[in-house]
Design a protein. Structure first.
Length: 64
């Protein structure tokens, strides 16, 4: 399910820089929240997605 802006109903968000101690240290560490912005209306929203894709797990090849 894609996230949708409650104001303009766009599904396009981009990750923005954190501002201040609260957004840099407290919200990510204690609640896992990161700032995002709607591309169309530029409204800010805090989501639990940090914007990084998970790394693929390495599969052993068996060539030891």
């Amino acid at each position: 399910m894609k996230r949708q802006c409650p104001h303009c109903h766009s599904t396009e968000y981009r990750r923005i820089n954190r501002e201040g101690w609260l957004q840099r240290e407290f919200l990510p560490r204690w609640f896992g929240l990161y700032p995002w912005e709607c591309v169309l209306c530029r409204r800010r929203k805090f989501l639990r997605d940090d914007g990084h894709r998970p790394r693929p797990s390495t599969v052993p090849t068996g060539n030891n």
